[in-house]
Design a protein around this ligand. Structure first.
Ligand code: ARG
Ligand code: ZN
Length: 892
């Protein structure tokens, strides 16, 4: 059944108080709930509660037990018929954590118990109005065997703890903040804890705690440091203070996503908590910082102000991703100033834009295309997407760009002033921002901007530039257009897509690459922000002395595709001189993309694969440029990914894309070999001094890039360097860099020996073994047979999402060469079906691997279609997978 955004109706009851009592046990947990409901209107309405995989033991209304004729129990709904405006419902039910492999609701991980309730997991714990607009105060009593579960945690403050007969004990928790049930959590088990108190800005002391498996406590210092920085950053940048006496983060080995912002009791995938120099890479440290920040920032944007319904998911996710991106950027730029700080921030921006383009642009062009506020869904778990998260963050960022930092902050203050403690909509957020916008722009509003929330698809902005040499003026014309996507393609005639409000940042350079001042709005600026609100608009700039070279969409000021015809020479000029580090990177990416597409054509048609010598010259200049940081050089000198390139071929040709990438890497490796080697040595650090700071991690990333190119060029020293780096590494970043170079470029003995050595060394650390599987799954020579063999390895399990992702997902979604074969597609279909029996949410993610199957050439397309149909014919598909597969088959 499809649920539509417009079908929202308020819940007819309030539920101010919730009391829950758990008798925790892995096999069978008994939950007693006591719910006091208050009718909202004047009329008696049936009370409908959600429940899933529960046994109902007893039900009582105002103390009177109800028999089966006094309630209805069907289709995962429990309906009772109250006669009064206020009444108490008491429910006793059973659930089975050990049998719950979905990892939603109450489940077992290792020897511990965890919950995951967002979006609709609470209904697997007890019968309840499982929707975010019902907010209650919770009192929770946890009882369990004391030896097995010495620690019993839930949201809020611990009121009481004590022993019970028969080796059991209990703890009573109370959360003073009303919350929807998706923010409920409990955790039970034996944990190590690292903690610190922090004085918040109003002078309150808060206890910050990181819980992890015993034996992992030496890997939680970084996460705790990140949490401290998150608390301080939210105070400084947004004036938002921690509202709790105690803020807990607990690491779980089995977890579907990254982490969860349960009030005061965040539960994390252990991959985003545990780090030390010997087991975590630099990017892993950065990811921990981002996720710790993200979940902490949810405390205000998500928990204090939450979503009215799940169509509003981007209200909290888009906003919180924007906040975590800004946090990460500020942390990178922390000790720097001026151009160095700007370049450090740009590195984060480049990474975020790459993610958006690799994950979200294809989604927005495929069968699952949806606006950041979806109009309908079959399964909400399928809408935790790059569109809701990453494009949602871009839509918030555009509001920040339009209003400016101070204006955006004023809008946020207004948002909390209006909505603190409430469950609201995306439109409420824009209205708060609009209250600032109308002050800044009398007579204007954000009506056109709001369309970003209801329109799917990536808009294209066409740029035309007309220079008038006689008048010394430059006219810039922007026009926008957005193709029908997803379900819109089934409508004929196509519905019109009205224009959006697009902030477009523009700079102009002269023919020597010097910035030109642009007169706009009474000021002379290096960068102007053009606000495109119509289909087509022209701006004219006076006093431009010569025909300029435009620098377009600086800092990626809107999530759009720019269309502008220009020669390679202009791109080369921008690659050398654009003062906007984002646009400079973009120019280099465009040059490399053009070259790669020419190679793809050559490999497809059997032409000569020619690499333009100018490209190597540009790269040499960048590699030598003393003004660029190592981290930035790594980005600007990395080739566009195979996936991005594949999107630009038509029909999609994975084999030629892989070949083109390899060819260019080899050629650039050879052309710049002495410089790669020199840079490789220049980037060496004292390994004992490891810190995950931006400067030294930038050097490590550049050094690994150099090694990569040297290996690709089959440089005579490369293999020995890689082996020496691997065996002599003093941290995991260097170690993985060496191993990855060996595995990617030197098939055979050296690579297998290093892989065996690595496994021997790290077999006790599951997060490191994930990397070991992932490296092999993504390697060029890996085939379906290799993956099947790895699945038989004793360390492999489909039940652990991190492990499934590291092998199955990595192969099916990232190894273009390995998976795009008839056997690859068959293997994929098999794994989707196998995973679906265990964990529908994870299975549905894998099911999306070939969303764009119809854009491939015939043999691949037909084989993918067969695989999709095989899944569709499977008798017991989950709602999650069924939605994905039916859309993939129907919408192309
Ligand atoms: N709210 C979490 C976050 O973004 C994600 C939880 C999603 N859970 C799920 N089962 N889909 O931080
Ligand atoms: Zn989130």
């Amino acid at each position: 059944p499809t649920i539509s955004r417009h079908d929202y109706r308020p819940y007819p009851y309030r539920l101010p108080e919730v009391a829950l009592q758990f008798d925790l046990d892995a096999a069978q947990t008994r939950v007693r709930s006591r719910l006091v409901f208050e009718r909202v209107g004047d009329e008696n309405q049936p009370l409908v509660l959600n429940g899933q995989d529960l046994d109902l033991e007893s039900l009582a209304l105002d103390g009177q037990a109800l028999n089966a004729s006094q309630y209805q129990l069907q289709d995962e709904m429990l309906t009772v018929f109250p006669k009064t405006a206020r009444f108490t419902l008491e429910i006793t039910s059973l659930c089975r954590p050990a049998q719950n492999s979905s990892l939603m609701g109450l489940y077992v991980s290792g020897d511990k118990l965890f919950t995951q309730c967002e979006a609709e997991g609470f209904r697997r714990i007890t019968w309840f109005p499982d929707r975010p607009d019902v907010m209650s105060r919770y009192q929770v009593t946890l009882r369990a065997d004391k030896e097995r579960y010495p620690l019993l945690l839930s949201n809020g403050n611990r009121l009481q703890a004590g022993d019970l007969p028969d080796g059991r004990h209990q703890a009573v928790w109370e959360d003073p903040h009303p919350k929807p049930c998706y923010l409920f959590a409990l955790v039970a088990g034996d944990f190590a804890c690292r903690e610190q108190t922090l004085r918040t800005r109003s002078g309150r002391d808060a206890l910050l705690q990181i819980y992890s498996d015993r034996g992992s406590e030496n890997k939680t210092q970084w996460a705790l440091d990140c949490l401290v920085r998150s608390v301080q950053w939210d105070e400084q940048r947004f004036g938002l203070e921690l509202d709790l006496d105690r803020f807990m983060v607990v690491a779980a080995r089995d977890f579907n996503m990254g982490a969860m912002e349960n009030k005061g009791l965040n539960v994390f995938n252990s991959a985003y908590v545990l780090a030390d120099k010997d087991s975590a890479t630099d990017p892993a440290y950065r990811a921990i910082e981002a996720v710790i920040g993200h979940e902490y920032f949810h405390n205000w944007t998500g928990n204090r102000v939450t979503c009215r319904d799940w169509f509003q998911l981007s209200l909290k996710e888009g906003l919180t991703v924007f906040r975590d991106q800004e946090f990460s950027a500020d942390m990178l730029a922390q000790d720097l100033s001026g151009a160095e700080a700007a370049s450090a921030r740009a590195v984060k921006r480049i990474d975020d834009v790459s993610t958006l383009r690799i994950a979200q642009f294809p989604e927005d062009a495929g069968p699952m295309a949806h606006p950041i506020r979806p109009e309908s869904y079959q399964e909400i778990g399928n809408f935790y997407t790059a569109t809701v998260y990453e494009k949602g963050a871009e839509v918030i960022r555009m509001q920040h760009t339009i209003l400016g930092e101070a204006g955006f902050r004023a809008g946020m203050d207004e948002y909390f002033r209006r909505h603190d403690g409430a469950a609201v909509t995306c439109d409420d957020f824009v209205s708060a921002m609009e209250s600032v916008y109308v002050q800044q722009n009398p007579g204007k509003n954000l009506d056109v901007f709001r369309r970003w929330y209801s329109q799917a698809g990536t808009p294209r902005v066409k740029v035309e530039l007309a220079y008038d040499a006689a008048r010394k003026t430059c006219a810039v014309t922007l026009s926008q257009h957005c193709e029908p996507v997803g379900i819109e393609k089934l409508q004929s005639p196509a519905l019109p897509k009205p224009p959006l409000h697009i902030p477009f940042a523009l700079g102009l350079l002269d023919q020597q690459g010097r910035p030109l001042a642009i007169e706009h709005g009474g000021r002379a600026l290096d960068t102007v922000l053009l606000e495109l609100v119509d289909e087509r608009q022209t701006w004219e700039f006076p006093n431009i002395p010569e025909k300029p070279v435009p620098s377009l969409l600086r800092d990626f000021s809107a999530p759009v595709i720019v269309e502008f015809e220009r020669q390679d020479a202009e791109l080369t000029l921008l690659a050398q001189h654009d003062p906007d580090p984002y646009a400079r990177w973009e120019a280099v990416q465009e040059l490399a993309t053009r070259q790669l597409l020419a190679l793809v054509r050559a490999f497809t048609d059997g032409g000569e694969p020619v690499v333009h010598p100018g490209l190597a010259d540009t790269w040499r200049g960048l590699l030598r440029d003393p003004g660029l940081s190592a981290a930035y050089k790594t980005r600007i000198l990395s080739q566009p990914t195979e996936k991005e390139l594949l999107e630009k071929t038509s029909p999609m040709n994975p084999a030629a894309v892989v070949q083109a990438g390899r060819h260019l890497r080899g050629q650039l490796g050879q052309a710049l070999a002495p410089l790669w080697l020199e840079t490789y040595h220049a980037c060496a650090d004292d390994a004992e001094q490891y810190r995950p700071d931006p400067l030294s991690s930038g050097r490590r990333s550049l050094r690994n890039l150099c090694l990569h190119y040297l290996m690709a060029a089959a440089h005579p020293e490369a293999q020995a360097l890689a082996a020496a780096q691997y065996y002599g590494a003093g941290n995991m970043t260097d170690r993985m860099g060496g191993l990855s170079a060996l595995v990617h470029f030197s098939a055979g003995a050296p690579s297998q020996e290093a892989l065996n050595h690595f496994y021997e060394q790290w077999q006790q650390d599951p997060l490191v073994i994930d990397k070991w599987f992932a490296l092999q799954a993504g390697a060029p020579g890996t085939t379906v047979e290799t993956v099947r063999a790895l699945m038989l390895h004793p360390a492999f399990s489909l039940r652990n999402p991190n492990r499934a992702r590291s092998l199955i997902f990595q192969f099916c979604m990232n190894n273009l060469q390995g998976v795009h074969t008839p056997q690859g597609y068959e293997f994929w279909a098999e794994q989707v079906m196998a995973l679906d029996e265990l964990n529908p949410e994870i299975a549905a993610r894998l099911a999306r691997a070939f969303d764009n199957w119809a854009r491939f050439a015939a043999p691949n397309r037909d084989a993918m279609h067969d695989a999709l149909q095989r899944i569709q014919r499977h008798p017991a598909l989950s709602r999650n997978v069924a939605e994905i597969i039916s859309k993939a088959l129907k919408i192309q």
